[in-house]
Design a protein around this ligand. Structure first.
Ligand SMILES: *Cc1c(COP(=O)(O)O)cnc(C)c1O
Length: 865
């Protein structure tokens, strides 16, 4: 018989052990080994049995044992120390507290969070990044208030059928068995938010709080008695249902999330966020809810839009068009129109925010969440330098007339939270030599104080731990696939703690090319079975449940790895999650990644490997394109121009095999008299010194705070001051400029100062006559754009200089002058342009308005000597 409902009866801790409850309910334990040690000592056997899950530990430990601990003076002293340490961690001023003008609080929205394996509310990189963002924020004292959904079945756990087909199982999670606390009103009743749906329906949700160090994470949960069964299932699974289901989840996350923040701040006195950061498009409805709030407080839609945009940051995460979150526009119209419309927020305006620029008027069938995200946020970023470039290209249609370089999408390269991902041995070694190394951007050169022998010994220990854990998982997987224990003797010797170990673990969308390594199976086999310099490969990854193609790829890998001749050298470990990721990134010597460039936005698993002294062997995509320096790992050559995908795969696979054969194994096995491989360890040291400071989530957080959060807070404050005076005037200005823009023309441009044969170092004088129509000179910037020109007279990454106003005539003509330094040889050109100018604009492209001469002006293709 199956239970129709389950819940967890929590242990009542003896008073002496009350602090244990506090420690368990702050997820800081997930990156604090001393606290985990304490939990382990509560009952080592139970701790192993519950898979290092502290809440489960408290549920499972015997009352006798607790009574014993309550009398154990040594344990109580350690408990008190741990509680003090947490208290200090929670309250001491940190880096953020030294900043002037930083936001009082920042709201952070994400559809998934990877905080700990024991809280399975993530599917992949996006969630892990969100988790690392919160942890790094906590370490630095950044006052983030995070919002997400609590999925009652989380993401699926993966196992394999006898044929190697992925099987999915959705665990039934009971919030009472998770490190969560229900948010309650002062009178003890659970706090609730409510969302209005078409047809006078309501969607209710309660709010669970996960405390991630200093950062509260609010998780909305629709499984409450007031909801009908369909509404209760809105938060059933992560990325589980159809389009309707996804829309409900995103409405709850965005609109409900803002309401949950208001409730949380009211109950706890937490400061209201000044900045709202949306991690990918799924939470984009939050901007609409904030517009609703402000329009109900008597701003117009346009005024509210400006106030909201100023304080919103949007991070885009995918360069794969199929990965962009889109809805049929009619679904949005139904939600925000008809009997369910918000009186102050016209549905047409909402639809316009999500309309794709390619759509002509009258053909707005698609509502695009990324596009809305960009229209609702004054600051937008991609997650690596290359991804920034790709995003500018991908979304340039939103800023017609502007060169791709000027599309206002920047980048902040992702990072990883060292205390979560770095092996304890390495942390301790680093700690002895360089205190707090992992939190800082400097001091990594100190790695040279550590001997080759010490580094090699630790690498060996981490590899051996991986091998041991892999055997255990392999055995479990084979048993689950129906093998009998008697057939599994070979597993005792599967993998070898001395053999070069390559890791490959990630989600399995097609662009990540799980099976590229199988491109030439014989060649792979010979690498695995090489008599002197063998390699072994450990593979893991989940395919999305609806992705049959991805499951086929997994099956191909599993079938290859099942073969008797290689099964001791290549293994697929089911159920890739944070716990398995930790083992892998710590234990592998080489971290392999071969996405189809440039479809990997950033990638973070290779960063985790690097911090553990693993070497990256990767296609130059995402972060690796930016930080590979020629000697801190290897770049798999890409066949970028080759359009036939099969041919491209073949070429890139050949490059991969060659690198492994000639470079990777060569270095690893180059031992003189049994000493550690010197040339290998040189590369490890160089990896740590060159990448260590950059790949930290702390670096990423500082970048977000200084480059995005603080400017956004300043802009939002400026707009909201004096009863939103500037929001009103900025909105009015934008409308006026947009209306008058067709009257702006570049009438005439002339130059002097250089003769027929311009020379380097000369100065070009530029004079332009501009028709301003209804606008004033103060509404615009007139700029000269100059620099190298390409074959078709196009300016390549031009520089810009403002021209200054000389005179305005009564007929609306204005005269501008300025100079251009001829500062580089070769083909050189310039043009003049007019763009709107206002101190509250974050980029010249913000209004999407630009005027250039009708005939390209300038001495295009003049060649400088
Ligand atoms: C780090 C991590 C990821 C993301 O890794 P990518 O390199 O972006 O593929 C995905 N899943 C888990 C469990 C991780 O730990």
């Amino acid at each position: 018989m199956r239970a129709i409902r389950r819940f967890t009866v929590r242990t009542v801790l003896p008073g002496e052990l009350a602090a244990l409850g506090e420690l368990v309910h702050n997820l800081r334990w997930s990156w604090h080994p001393e606290t985990l040690d304490l939990f382990a000592d509560v009952d080592p056997d139970v701790w192993e049995r519950v898979g290092h899950d502290p809440v489960a530990l408290l549920g499972a430990v015997e009352a006798d044992r607790l009574a014993e601990l309550a009398r154990d003076r040594r344990f109580l002293r350690r408990l008190a120390d741990a509680a003090d340490d947490l208290q200090e961690y929670m309250t001491a001023p940190r880096w953020y507290q030294t900043l002037p003008d930083a936001p009082r609080a920042i709201a952070y929205f994400s559809p998934e969070y990877g905080i700990a394996a024991a809280l399975p509310q993530y599917s992949g990189g996006l969630g892990i990044l969100a988790g690392d963002h919160l942890k790094a924020a906590s370490d630095l004292g950044v006052p983030i208030l995070a919002v997400g959904l609590l999925y009652r079945h989380g993401y699926f756990t993966q196992s394999l059928s006898p044929e190697g087909w992925q099987l999915e199982h959705y665990p039934s999670l009971d919030p009472g068995g998770l490190p969560l606390t229900l948010l309650r009103e002062d009178d003890g009743t659970p706090a609730r938010i409510r969302l209005e749906l078409p047809g006078q329906q309501n969607l209710h949700a309660q709010i669970w709080v996960a405390q991630v160090g200093r950062v509260p994470l609010l998780l909305l949960d629709s499984d409450v008695a007031d909801n009908d069964p369909a509404a209760r299932d809105v938060t059933d699974r992560l990325y589980g249902g159809g389009t309707d289901h996804r829309l409900m989840q995103e409405l709850l996350l965005g609109v409900g999330g803002v309401r949950a923040i208001r409730v949380y701040c009211r109950i706890t006195g937490h400061p209201e966020p000044e900045v709202f950061h949306t991690n990918e498009g799924h939470a984009g409805f939050l901007g609409l809810e904030r517009i609703r709030e402000l329009t109900e407080a008597r701003l117009s839609f346009d005024e509210a839009l400006e106030a909201v945009r100023a304080g919103t940051v949007f991070t885009t995460h995918t360069p794969v068009p199929a990965g962009i979150d889109r809805f049929p526009a009619e679904m949005i119209a139904r939600q925000f129109g008809g009997d369910n419309a918000w009186p102050t927020v016209p549905v047409d305006r909402i639809l316009a925010l999500g309309a794709e620029p390619e759509d002509g008027e009258g053909h707005k069938a698609i509502f695009n969440m990324a596009v809305m995200g960009m229209r609702l946020a004054q600051r937008v970023n991609g997650v690596s330098r290359l991804h920034g470039e790709v995003s500018r290209e991908m979304f340039r249609g939103l800023w017609p007339g502007f060169d791709t370089d000027e599309v206002p999408i920047g980048f902040i390269t992702n990072g990883v939270h060292a205390p979560t991902w770095v092996g304890r041995e390495i942390m301790e070694l680093a700690g002895q030599e360089m205190p707090a190394l992992m939190e800082r951007a400097q001091g990594w050169e100190g790695i040279d104080k550590i001997s080759d022998e010490d580094i090699w010994a630790i690498r060996g220990r981490l590899r051996a731990r991986l091998v041991e854990a892999a055997r255990k998982r392999l055995r479990e997987s084979w048993l689950a696939r129906g093998a009998s224990p008697a057939e599994l003797g070979w597993i005792d010797d599967a993998l070898d703690p001395e053999v070069l170990t390559i890791g490959f673990a990630r989600r399995v969308p097609s662009y990540k090319r799980l099976t590229l390594m199988l491109s030439d199976p014989e060649r792979l086999r010979s690498l695995l079975l090489h008599p002197e310099r063998p390699i072994q490969i450990v593979i893991a990854g989940k395919a999305h449940p609806a992705d049959e193609g991805g499951k086929k790829l997994i099956q191909q890998i599993v079938r290859f790895a099942d073969a008797e001749d290689v099964r001791h050298r290549i293994v697929f470990l089911p159920d890739y999650d944070m716990a398995l990721a930790q083992l892998l990134v710590q234990g592998c010597d080489v971290w392999m990644n071969n996405p189809l460039r440039p479809l990997e936005a950033c990638g973070t698993s290779g960063m985790k490997a690097a911090l553990n002294g693993g070497l990256n062997l990767s296609v130059l995509d995402g972060w690796w394109d930016e930080w590979y320096d020629g000697t801190n790992g290897w770049a798999i050559p890409t066949a970028d121009g080759v359009t036939d995908p099969a041919r491209r795969d073949e070429l890139e696979a050949a490059g991969l095999y060659e690198l492994i054969e000639n470079e990777v194994t060569d270095r690893f096995y180059d031992r003189v008299d049994g000493a550690p491989p010197r040339r290998w360890l040189e590369m490890v040291r160089h990896t740590l010194v060159s990448l260590g400071p950059k790949v930290l989530a702390g670096r990423m957080l500082r970048d977000y705070v200084l480059d995005l959060y603080t400017p956004a807070a300043k802009a939002a404050r400026a707009l909201s001051a004096d009863d939103y005076a500037q929001a009103k005037s900025f909105a009015a200005w934008k409308l006026r400029v947009a209306r008058a823009w067709p009257g702006v023309r570049v009438e005439h441009v002339e130059t002097s100062g250089v003769g027929d044969t311009p020379e380097l170092g000369a100065t070009l004088e530029v004079r332009a006559t501009i028709a301003l129509g209804e606008l004033d000179p103060g509404d615009v910037a007139v700029q000269v754009a100059y620099g190298r020109v390409g074959q078709h007279d196009e300016l390549e990454r031009p520089d810009y200089a403002d021209l200054s106003l000389d005179a305005v005539h009564d007929d609306g003509h204005a005269f501008y002058t300025g100079t251009v330094p001829l500062n580089r040889t070769g083909s050189f050109g310039y043009t003049v342009r007019v763009v709107p100018a206002h101190p509250l604009m974050a980029s010249p492209a913000e209004l999407g308005l630009i005027t250039v001469p009708e005939e390209p002006a300038g001495m295009t293709n003049g060649t400088l000597r």
